[in-house]
Design a protein around this ligand. Structure first.
Ligand SMILES: Cc1cc2nc3c(=O)[nH]c(=O)nc-3n(C[C@H](O)[C@H](O)[C@H](O)COP(=O)(O)OP(=O)(O)OC[C@H]3O[C@@H](n4cnc5c(N)ncnc54)[C@H](O)[C@@H]3O)c2cc1C
Length: 318
């Protein structure tokens, strides 16, 4: 499969990235390329310009600012999985990074790319030829969502492994764009709409992830269920965090964005964690998501998995 024709830009600093992203229309950031280039080969995405982060200064590495941990957006998943301080403080993050694709995906794939990766669906994560047999779906330029049979909506599913781990760690993002730098909670990165799943404005890109020091005072865990042991997206992924008398839980693979399970969290706040209370929480997990049949796995199976993975992850950190 060939890549479509595109222009390649390789700026050296943040200002250069913003400028390259805003010149003309249809420019996209290129980090490790393990998601974007595959989609381009399948003609799912066809940006005119790719703006590489490879030579950009100050966008890669792991550092401390006070008690907060700052991870550059172009830090690879391999660098995250190999960092012993991250493993000690934020096990869920390292477990999630280790569960992505294969070792090669982790060596090339970056934190920013993992968070900003495209949503997935059985109707468009297919070759161009496969998709020719029916009209294009809304995500890739048609009218209808083939999953739910409605016009002008897209239910494709967010399936990144790392976002739920960072959601339970209360992480925020550093974003730079034409109006300068800003910081925003990670949850605001996601629109909840499958066609344009990420809310970044024109010319904006993620420069770093910030994990507050308080996150290290709790225990965390990421559990992934996938069909194969490696090189597979999660059917469902669940991250949990426990500390200060509260429980946080977040999921991937179940909705158009990664989701926090607020009803489950409210049920367990200040509660003693027993088999009975965990079961009550597990029964509420599915309320966090509007699961659509975007994969071959039944919705009821995914609902069930949300509770099962929650209990498994919580038992592992109890
Ligand atoms: C066979 C296969 C298996 C996979 N398995 C998994 C899996 O199990 N779990 C999983 O989570 N992923 C999986 N992936 C997807 C992908 O490999 C990872 O998500 C990877 O972390 C993406 O990072 P990247 O740097 O390669 O992103 P890219 O491909 O470079 O970029 C992905 C998207 O993010 C945008 N982007 C990248 N960096 C930034 C930034 N700093 N600011 C703004 N936008 C940005 C790009 O424009 C693009 O839209 C798999 C991919 C393949 C091909």
């Amino acid at each position: 499969m060939h890549l479509p024709i595109f222009t390649h830009r390789q700026p050296a600093d943040f200002a250069g990235v913003v400028s390259a992203l805003t010149e003309g229309s249809g420019a996209k950031v290129l980090a490790g390329g393990t998601d974007l280039l595959v989609n381009m080969k399948h003609r799912i995405e066809m940006p005119e310009t790719l703006v590489s982060l490879k030579k950009v200064a100050d966008i890669r590495g792991i550092s401390l600012e006070g008690d907060a941990t700052v991870i550059g957006a172009a830090t690879t998943l391999k660098e995250i999985r190999q960092n012993s301080e991250l493993e000690r403080k934020f096990p869920a993050l390292v477990q999630a990074a280790m569960s992505v694709g294969s070792y090669r995906h982790q060596a090339m794939g970056t934190l920013g790319g993992n968070l900003c990766q495209n949503t997935r669906c059985r109707f468009f994560n297919q070759s161009w030829q496969w998709r020719q047999v029916r009209s294009l779906c809304y995500k890739v330029g048609g009218e209808d969502c083939h999953v739910i049979g409605r016009k002008h909506t897209c239910f494709s599913t967010y399936s990144g492994d790392v976002a739920p781990a960072l959601l339970v760690l209360d992480a925020s993002l550093r974003i730079t764009g034409p109006d300068g730098p800003r910081e925003a909670p990670l949850s605001t990165l996601y629109s909840g709409e499958g066609r344009t799943p990420v809310t970044l404005g024109r010319g904006e890109f993620v420069t770093a992830v910030v994990i507050p020091g308080a996150a290290a005072r709790g225990k965390s865990r990421y559990e992934k269920f996938s069909l194969r042991g490696s090189i597979d997206f999660p059917i469902v992924g669940a991250a949990v965090w426990r500390g200060d008398g509260s429980v946080r839980a977040a999921y991937t693979g179940v909705d158009r964005a990664p989701v926090r399970a607020s009803e489950l969290e409210a049920e367990l706040a200040g509660q003693e964690l027993t088999d009975a209370s965990l079961k009550r929480g597990a029964n509420l997990a599915h309320k966090a998501a509007k699961i659509a049949p975007t994969s071959v796995h039944p919705v009821s199976f995914k609902r069930e998995l949300m509770g099962v993975l929650f209990v498994k992850a919580m038992r592992d950190i109890s």
